[in-house]
Every structure is written in C-alpha cells, then in structure tokens.
Design a protein around this ligand. Structure first.
Ligand code: ADP
Ligand code: ZN
Length: 604
C-alpha cells in the first residue's frame, strides 16, 4: 500500500507506536525522524543513551515496504534487540558470527523471501560481496547504521569495518539511510557525515540533558571506602555499575564489595567468555547486582533500571564519561553518576597518552579531550552546564549536581601555589606529590633526609595546610596546567610555561577548597517507586511471575516487561484487558500473550 505523504505516515506511526510498542506518545524528535525516513529522506540522529534511538528506525522499518537492514557493532546487542522485537510480534532476525552456517542460511532464505521486517547485520558481513548481491535481489526499506561514531578514527570505539559502509550509498542510492549515535561533539559529527556520505541527510539533535541523573565528583581519598559509603548510603540493594581502569582493580574491587555483603560481580576482557556472559546475564535478569567492570562492559546493555554508575578512575574524555554515566537511569527515575577523582588519575591518564603509539595529532587531540574532562572535574560551577556546553548546548544551573546542591568555596591560593611550585623547583622537578607534600609540611622522612630536602628553604613552609589540602592543591595545579607529570621520571611533577608568572607572583590562582569532612551530597532517597505495602507484595508477585516467564522462554526478564511497567500494574490494578492495555510498555502482542495471566494475578 502506497504511503500518502508524511502526515498519513505519521498517523500510521502513532498507531504502530501504541499498538505494537505499547508507548502512548513519541519522545522528543522521534516523530519527526520517523516521518522524514518514511518519506525517503536520510537522517543523522544524535540522541543521548536511553533517548529512544531504536524506535527511530524500527517504526520506519515497519511502515516502509521491504526489509530494514540494521548495522550494529555488537553481537550481544543484536540478539537482545531481536529477542525484544520478537516479543512484540515483529519479524526480526540477525546475521553475525554467532550463528552456524545452517542457521545463517535459514535467515538468508527468510530475508530473500521477504519474510523479515528487520535484519540486524554485523558491519563486516554486510559489505561482503555475497551479502551485497543478496541485497540487490531484495526489497529494502532502509539502512540503519547504529553507533555511527564507530567510523571516527579519533573516537573511542573506532571500527575499521565501519569505513566501508559508504559503499551502501554507492550501491543503493535510492534506499534511505539513518545513522545514529550518542556521541555528539562537532568533530565526530563531521566525521560521520563525511565518511558515510551523509551530506544530504537531515541532522536531528536531541537535548543531551539527562535531568534525572545527579552528577557528583568527589575528591579521591580512600576510594573504596568512599564507594562503599556511597552505595550503602544511597543505593543499598540497587543495580549499579562501577567502572575501573584495570582488570586487576576490577577483580579487587568486586571482591571487596562482595566481602561487604554487596552482590558484586567482575566483568573484563580477561575473564573467559563463559564467565563474562554468565555475569552479564545475571546483571540483566537479577535485581540489585553491582557490576564492577572495565569499559569492556557497556555497549549492548539495555537495563533500564540501573540506579547508579560509579567511576573509581577517570575516563579519557567527556564523551566516555557521558556515555558510561548515561547507562544510569534509562527508566527516567532518579539515578546517580558518582566519581572519585584525584591527582593520580591525572598522572595516569597523561601517562597513557604520552606512552601511546598514536601520532602526534592523536596525542594532541587526546590531551585536549582530557583537559576538557579535567575542567568538568575542577569546575566550581554547575556540572551539567559544563557537560551540555561541551555538546554545544547552553543551559542554566541544574540544581541536581553536587556543585549546585553544595556550591564549593573557592579561595585565593596564590601563596599556596607559589609554595608548591617553589618546592617542585627546589627539589629539582624529580618528585611526585607525596614527597613534595612531606617537604612542604616539614616531615623529615627517611626519603626526605636521604635527599637532604630537610635542609632546603622550602622545608616546612607549608605547615599551615594539611595533607589532603595539599593533595588538592597539587591536583588542581596539574589539572589547570601549572604542573605536568613527567613519565620518563615516574610521574615526577615538573613546571610548565604557565607556572612562571605564578611563581613570580604576577598572577593569582583561585582554587576549590577541599570538601568538608561531613557526609553530604548523596542524600538518602526512597526506593524508585514508592508503593503502598499491599502493592509491594503484588509487585513481588508480578516479578516472580515475570521471572518464571523469562526462564521458561530463555529471555532476559526486562524483555517481558520493564520494572516500571510492573510498578504501574501494581499501582493501578487494572481489572480489564482494555485498562491493562493503556499502560506504557503493553502493546497488542504482549496484551494477548500475558494479559490474562496478569489479570489472574491481580484477581488472586
Ligand atoms: P537508545 O538506543 O537511544 O539508548 P533505546 O532505543 O534503547 O535507547 O530506548 C531506551 C528506552 O526508552 C527503552 O526502554 C525504550 O523502550 C524506551 N522508549 C523509547 N521511546 C519511547 C517512547 N516514545 N515512549 C516510552 N518509552 C520509550
Ligand atoms: Zn548543577
């Protein structure tokens, strides 16, 4: 049936959104994107994680004749999406290296016969001659290129196979294309447009704000104890992710949390595939699992009820930080992004850049990206304003980040900075912060004495500040570019051009004061859904029923129903199928499949 132009398509889209996907309304620019694609246009979609990108190609896939090809870099993500679509009664399948020859051939046959609405394909497979000739024979609804930032060579997820995807436009110029990403800095955007030949595409930019996420960055003192206090204080029993840089730290942190009675599991590329997928499955299916992970854990998790994301180490860039923290609170309920950050993080990240194999250009870009992130960590202003500004959005202080809730004091640190920099100079620019602080505070340690640093004029000139205050001074001076770690010399702090006027007293320095010792910031919150007690029992019953369904079908629990859908059922107690069908997350197919069982539970 021919479409009657954009407005009729949009009408059909809303019906599909409600009937098949069970959502009452479009979110943000979804509707405009869908109708643009349905009428044959190309699109570049920049939307934050959790913003609802999938629907932007899934609806046009159903509204246009033929099969939509979805390019996705991750096997786990494809499988989950296909499972979720099948639950909705949509004809979807995937082709990737996890299928054996026979299963792949069956999918290909079904595709060739026009039996699929959506086909998910790994990028390397899509551009193989065999696949391309299959595509020539078929009717194609559209190409969707998910995680499109993977074409960016300077990005953090570069995949060489993605560069070949420009062939799709050359071979199939009449098929509309939609590229989607959650990475929105202008440079990556330009690279996507250039490399995928999307010059004609309409660009849809959503707000990158995630208002339900509260950003907090604390001074790193005792990181594990701080993490434990944070989890116990605000997120006991909640699902969360803790990111660490190294595998060893992942293992140690997971063991530490487990010993403290928290359901923590490790995840990194050094674990065997079986353990990894078992841990991922538990994270998806069970409640209250804390996954301690390297960034190997990320793309492809679609758990909407992650209540917190914690960083024990500094990521490489704001994009990385934003993408990782974006995995919190995808259900829209309050969530926390918490990070502990110290001088060691700055030194470590600088070392990784200096010692990387990349070109000078690459290193320059990496340093600039790190500096932008350090600016976020050190700001005395609203974190969200800073974050959004990085993505090109102007905003006003949010009232839901640590600096808004408890504005940090700044102090005139010109004299302290002078003392710190002089000590670096007097000791020969060969020592790290620990030793420098000992000298400043006049601690005659063996190391200090062995270098005769107790004889220097700077010995003891910083007795007015304590260790943590000096740590914070060194960290900020480094983050602000007045000191630079020298990796040839094991992270010794050295002076920079910028430090000269400070040393001479020609410029002042304004620094943040270290946070007071009192517990603050993460106030205890109630559980995500505050239901009366009787309904809580009903909610438990619904969850138990969902767990049984999930197990018997061998799918993750959230593809049956999200927590928020169960919560709505328990709160509203609908007594007819019609009433049940009005709830967000219950489309036609799920109503047919599970409606009676749920009404039975509610009646019982
Ligand atoms: P992204 O790919 O942008 O990270 P998803 O497409 O996975 O996000 O969507 C995130 C969550 O939002 C999913 O649980 C999805 O069901 C939900 N969602 C998307 N669009 C809507 C909508 N219009 N109404 C209600 N929920 C939506
Ligand atoms: Zn704020």
């Amino acid at each position: 049936m021919a479409m009657q132009g954009p407005s009729a398509a949009a009408g059909g889209a809303l019906e599909l959104l409600r009937g098949t996907f069970g959502h009452p309304a479009f979110r943000g620019p979804q509707e405009a994107i869908v109708s643009h694609l349905v009428s044959g246009g190309d699109a570049l979609v920049l939307m934050p994680t959790g913003g609802g990108k999938s629907l932007c190609y899934q609806l046009p896939a159903l509204l246009r004749p033929g099969t939509a090809l979805v390019v996705s870099p991750l096997i786990a993500l494809m499988r989950d999406q296909v499972t979720a679509l099948e639950q909705l009664g949509v004809r979807a399948a995937f082709l990737n290296s996890s299928l054996d020859g026979r299963a792949a051939a069956a999918v290909e046959r079904s595709f060739a016969a026009g039996g699929l609405d959506l086909l998910y394909v790994a990028p390397e497979r899509l551009v193989m001659p065999r696949m391309l000739s299959l595509l020539e024979e078929a009717e194609l609804a559209l190409f969707a290129i998910d995680e499109a930032h993977c074409v960016s060579q300077w990005g953090h997820d570069f995949r060489p196979e993605y560069l070949q995807l420009s062939i799709l436009h050359e071979r199939f110029p009449q098929v509309p294309r939609i590229a989607l990403t959650a990475t929105a800095d202008p440079q990556t955007r330009a690279e996507i447009i250039a490399r995928l030949a999307l010059d004609e595409a309409r660009v849809f930019v959503s707000s990158f704000d995630r208002p339900n996420i509260r950003y907090t960055i604390v001074d790193k003192a005792e990181p594990r104890a701080q993490l434990l206090a944070f989890i116990r204080g605000a997120h006991y029993g909640h699902t969360g992710i803790v990111y660490c840089l190294s595998r060893r730290k992942v293992d140690e942190t997971a063991a530490f949390l487990a010993a403290q009675g928290i359901k923590a599991l490790p995840y990194h590329a050094g674990l065997d595939a079986e353990t990894r997928s078992a841990h991922q499955a538990r994270f998806q299916d069970e409640e209250g699992i804390v996954m301690v992970a390297t960034i190997a854990f990320g793309m492809g998790i679609d758990k909407a009820e992650v209540r917190f994301v914690a960083h024990l180490d500094l990521p490489k860039s704001i994009e990385g930080y934003y993408q990782e923290t974006g995995r919190a609170g995808r259900d829209g309920e309050p969530a926390d992004a918490w990070m502990s950050y110290g001088l060691g993080d700055v030194v470590q990240q600088r070392r990784m850049i200096d010692q990387s194999e990349g070109s000078e250009d690459y290193k320059r870009v990496s340093v600039a990206k790190l500096d932008a992130l350090l600016g976020l960590c050190e700001t005395a202003g609203c974190r969200r304003v800073r974050l959004l500004d990085y993505f090109g959005e102007t905003s006003t202080p949010c009232g839901n980040c640590d600096t808004c809730l408890e504005p940090p004091e700044t102090w005139d640190a010109g004299e302290a900075a002078r003392k710190a920099l002089s000590t670096v100079y007097r000791t020969g620019q060969r020592f790290g912060a620990v030793h420098l602080i000992d000298v400043l505070r006049g601690k005659a340690t063996d190391r200090v004495k062995s270098w005769n640093h107790d004889q220097l004029s700077v010995f003891g000139i910083g007795a007015d500040l304590d260790d943590s205050e000096w740590r914070s001074v060194f960290r900020q001076l480094t983050a602000l570019g007045f000191l630079r770690p020298d990796h040839e010399a094991y992270g010794a702090l050295t002076l920079t051009e910028a430090s000269r006027p400070v040393l001479k007293g020609e410029t002042g320095v304004e620094l943040r004061r270290v946070a007071q010792k009192k517990r603050s910031g993460t106030k205890r919150r109630g559980p995500a859904t505050d239901l009366p007690a009787a309904d809580a029992a009903l909610l438990d019953a619904l969850k138990a029923w969902r767990g049984g369904e999930a197990r018997s079908q061998g799918v993750p629990a959230y593809v049956i129903f999200h927590d928020r859908t169960l919560a709505a059922i328990a709160a509203l107690r609908p007594d007819t199928l019609e009433a049940l069908g009005t709830l967000d997350g219950i489309g036609q197919k799920k109503l047919e499949r599970y409606g009676e069982a749920i009404l039975g539970l509610l009646a019982g």
